[in-house]
Design a protein around this ligand. Structure first.
Ligand SMILES: [Zn+2]
Length: 314
C-alpha cells in the first residue's frame, strides 16, 4: 500500500512538472481544527469525518477533493502531520528578520508562451524547459530553488479563496510559485526532503485588472474541462506577479493538497495584488471532476503547533 502510494505521488507531481509542470501541491484540517472566520465555508469546513461512498472523491489519497477535512484519514501519511499548511499568520507574533529573496535575472525576463492546464483541482502554468530556469535564493533560503510551476487557489465569492490568512483575513485568491531545491534535481525527488521545496504565496483581492494575469485569464475559457490544456501567448515576466513591496512571512510547512508532504519553506508576501471581477469570474468558470464549478479550492487553516513565523523585510 505504501509503495503504491509513493508511485502515485511521483506520477502526480511529475505530471505537473514535466512539460506542464502545474497544478500540484495544495489540501484541509482534521475535525475541529479550524480556528478562523471561514468555518464551514469552502475549503475551510470543519466537523466530523464523513464516510465517502464508492465512486466519490476523498476515498483515498489519489482521489481527493475539497473540502479537505477527510484528508488526514484518507491520506494519513502526511496529511495528519504536525507542520501542515496553510496557517493563519498572526502578524503581531511574527519575529522580525532582515533579508529579502533574490530572484534570478531570468525571473524578470518575459516568457513568450505558457501551457495552462486544468487538473481538476486548480489551473496551473508551465513553460518550455529550454528556457533558462527561474530561481530564487536568499531571504533565509540557503540553497537555490528552481521554479517548476505556478497555480492558483480562489473562492466562490470575493471574500474568500486564499489558503493562508493574515490575522484572520482571507483574500480572494492566492498564487503559488512552486520551486524545488536544485540540489535534489527535480520536483518529485525534492518531495523526499524537508528542505525540498520553497513556495512563494501571493495574495490577490478584487479591484483593478491585473495586466500580467490577463493573457491567462482571457484564455481560461479553453481549459474549462478537467485535464484540458492549452498553449497560450504570455509575453510577461513572472517577477511582475510578485508585489513590489518585498516583505514576506516565512514559516516551515507542507503542501496544501494530498499528499501534504511536510517539505515546504513558505514565503507568503505581505502585500496583496489586485485583479478584476471579470478575471476572478474567469477562474470560477473552470469545472472540476465532480462536474462542479471550480472554486473554494483552498484548504482550511491548520494548527500552528508552536511553529515560528518570521517577517522578513529588506
Ligand atoms: Zn497551491
Amino acid at each position: 500500500m505504501k509503495a503504491l502510494r509513493s508511485i502515485y505521488i511521483t506520477l502526480f507531481i511529475t505530471g505537473f512538472y514535466v512539460h506542464n509542470g502545474m497544478g500540484g501541491p495544495v489540501a484541509d484540517p482534521g475535525p475541529g481544527v479550524n480556528v478562523n472566520v471561514d468555518i464551514n465555508v469552502g475549503g475551510g469546513s470543519s466537523g466530523g469525518v464523513s464516510k465517502p461512498g464508492p465512486g466519490t472523491c476523498n476515498v483515498d489519497c489519489g482521489h481527493w477533493c475539497y473540502p479537505g477535512k477527510d484528508w488526514p484519514y484518507t491520506c494519513p501519511h502526511h496529511c495528519s502531520g504536525s507542520i501542515q499548511s496553510p496557517i493563519d499568520i498572526c502578524s503581531e507574533s511574527a519575529t522580525d528578520e532582515t533579508g529579502s529573496i533574490t530572484f534570478s535575472p531570468s525571473y524578470s525576463v518575459s516568457i513568450p508562451k505558457l501551457v495552462i492546464k486544468n487538473n481538476g483541482h486548480t489551473v496551473g502554468a508551465s513553460w518550455s524547459s529550454s528556457l533558462e530556469p527561474r530561481t530564487i535564493t536568499g531571504g533565509g533560503l540557503t540553497d537555490v530553488y528552481e521554479l517548476a510551476q505556478f497555480h492558483f487557489h480562489w473562492g466562490c465569492k470575493d471574500n474568500r479563496g486564499s489558503e493562508h490568512t493574515v490575522d484572520g483575513t482571507r483574500y480572494a485568491m492566492e498564487l503559488h510559485n512552486v520551486h524545488f531545491n536544485t540540489k535534489y534535481g527535480n520536483l518529485s525527488n525534492a518531495l523526499k526532503y524537508v528542505d525540498g521545496l520553497a513556495v512563494i504565496g501571493v495574495f490577490f483581492n478584487v479591484g483593478d485588472e491585473n495586466a500580467v494575469l490577463k493573457p491567462i485569464t482571457k484564455d481560461l475559457q479553453y481549459v474549462v474541462k478537467p485535464d484540458a490544456e492549452k498553449e497560450i501567448d504570455f509575453n510577461q515576466a513572472l517577477a511582475d506577479l510578485i508585489p513590489t513591496n518585498r516583505d514576506f512571512y516565512r514559516y516551515q510547512g507542507s503542501l496544501t493538497t494530498p499528499t501534504c508532504n511536510e517539505v515546504v519553506t513558505w514565503s507568503v508576501f505581505k502585500t496583496h495584488q489586485s485583479f478584476s471581477e471579470d478575471q476572478v469570474k474567469s477562474f470560477r468558470m473552470l469545472m472540476d471532476k465532480e462536474k462542479e464549478h471550480m472554486c473554494d479550492n483552498y484548504r482550511g487553516i491548520q494548527p500552528l503547533n508552536g511553529r515560528e513565523v518570521k517577517l522578513y523585510s529588506p
